[in-house]
Design a binder for this molecule. Structure first.
Ligand code: ATP
Length: 344
């Protein structure tokens, strides 16, 4: 539907029906002090009884209110559409660092996690960058990324609002000096999330459960540690972001609960691709892409046996975490700190 059709809808449909269909429209009306309106009336009917001086305060006349409100509904619907229409992403191979062709056609669907493994410098981050910019054979790897089986439109590739891809990179720097609460509220508002106060609270609780050292809603985002900022961004990406594709570059460096972070992201039906050197994360994925010398050499489905080894790897991991925590507390590490692992 075009903005013009929304004007027709707003002019003929009772506002109560519109608010039920587009819950965020309540906030829009509240911003121009239209609260507790008669829901059986249409917006033009309601505006007839509104003082023109009051509307002037917002620099609008009656017709402009109707037009702006219709444009808001159009933008809201467009954002919803872009979220719903992602059913797959496909990576088509290009060439490795020596120019050899990369034999790859991998399709990933929502709810799937794919890890990317390979030696340092092999091209893991490059693959994530290719996906982030929805490469069309125009990056050094010559890969092509398809959305729902075809090349994305230019506006999808370069749009900033309602982005398809959210990137959680190794270094997160906040430029604005907001508190955590202000930051989350701003995101919730800009992403048109209904019931934003409850979502902000949930986001804060999740971020704090991931972070080692707790922070408060009053903490300035610029004062968060690296791990705390990443926890906040993971919670924000999982719960507030409309982006259906999430790229994570080396979560292991974040000093946070990595497994819980992945569960939270996957639980929200996102497509997750993450580069990692961490066996726990690599095997938590449904598939793993192996890269060497800039090219994908294999795509491996995590086997049932590998899944079974996960709990043993977790035990090793938590033993290491214990030792790390002992060192952090200034304790002396003894032989007892190191559990025995039985050889099979
Ligand atoms: N197919 C390719 N063709 C040309 N250059 C490539 C290709 N793949 C990767 N590169 C380049 O190789 C360099 C190293 O790649 P990248 O940073 O992605 O490695 P990495 O595996 O993420 O390393 P690390 O594990 O250290 O983070 C980058 O400059 C990247 O642009």
């Amino acid at each position: 539907m075009k903005a013009f059709d929304y004007v027709a809808e707003v002019s003929s449909v009772p506002i109560g029906d519109i608010l039920r269909r587009y819950p965020l429209a309540v906030d829009y009306l509240a911003n121009i002090r239209l609260v507790g309106v008669d829901e059986t009336k249409t917006l033009p009917e309601i505006l007839e009884n509104v003082d023109e001086d009051m509307l002037e305060e917002f620099g609008l006349d009656r017709e402009e209110v109707i037009f702006h409100f219709s444009a808001f509904l159009e933008a809201f619907s467009r954002m919803e559409e872009s979220i719903e229409t992602i059913s797959s992403i496909t990576i088509l191979g290009g060439r490795d660092k020596t120019g050899r062709p990369e034999m790859l056609e991998l399709t990933v669907t929502p709810g799937e996690v794919v890890s990317i493994v390979g030696p340092t410098g092999s091209g893991k981050s490059r693959l994530l960058e290719d996906i982030e910019c929805l490469a069309q054979r125009d990056t050094p790897t010559a890969r092509q990324i398809l959305i729902n089986g075809s090349a994305p439109d230019l506006d999808k590739r370069f749009s900033t609002g309602g982005k398809l891809v959210a990137q959680l990179s190794q270094n997160m720097n906040f430029v604005m000096d907001l508190t955590v609460q202000e930051f989350l509220e701003m995101h919730a508002k800009s992403r048109m999330i209904p019931g934003s106060a409850a979502v902000v609270e949930k986001c804060f609780a999740v971020a704090n459960s991931l972070a080692g050292e707790k922070f408060t809603l009053d903490t300035k985002v610029t004062q968060l540690s690296g791990g705390q900022s990443r926890s906040l961004m993971i919670a924000d990406t999982a719960l507030l972001s409309s982006s259906p594709i999430i790229l994570i570059d080396e979560l292991e460096n974040a000093g946070i609960d990595r497994r819980e972070a992945i569960e939270i992201l996957v639980g929200n039906e996102k497509i997750v691709l993450m580069s990692t050197h961490d066996p726990l994360l690599a095997l938590r994925a449904d598939k793993r892409i192996v890269i060497r010398n800039g090219g994908v050499t294999k795509v491996i489905e995590t086997t049932a046996e590998e899944e079974q080894t996960l709990h043993k790897i977790e035990a090793i991991d938590s033993a290491l975490l214990n030792i790390r925590n002992q060192l952090r507390r200034g304790a002396i590490v003894t032989n007892e700190s190191i559990p025995e692992f039985q050889e099979k």
